[in-house]
Design a protein around this ligand. Sequence first.
Ligand code: ZN
Length: 116
Amino acid sequence: MHEYSITSSLIEIVKRIIKEKNLINIERIDIELNPLSSLEAESIKFYYEFLTKDDDVLRKAKLKFYKTSISIRCSKCQKDYKVKSFPARCPHCHEFNVCKDIYDDIKIKSILAETG
Ligand SMILES: [Zn+2]
């Protein structure tokens, strides 16, 4: 259910970009997903197809997801390191770290399209 509202706001943003840039044929939408978020790429795809089924421009677009890497601080040795998923093992002291502040973050990286 959470993905549903995220996906609808994502579509609103894409629609705005389409209008601004006068795009006619959307091939692909590249999306960056925060690895700490609980968002499922598959669910977003599912809702995207559902929400754009009557939209001739949007329904043809393929969604591609990228997981961004983020920096976290090890709870044991306090050194920073980059992770893409959790639980993560600290490369310095090999402590397992789990994420404490989970927040959902999704961002449009780029849109591959033709202009009209
Ligand atoms: Zn450590």
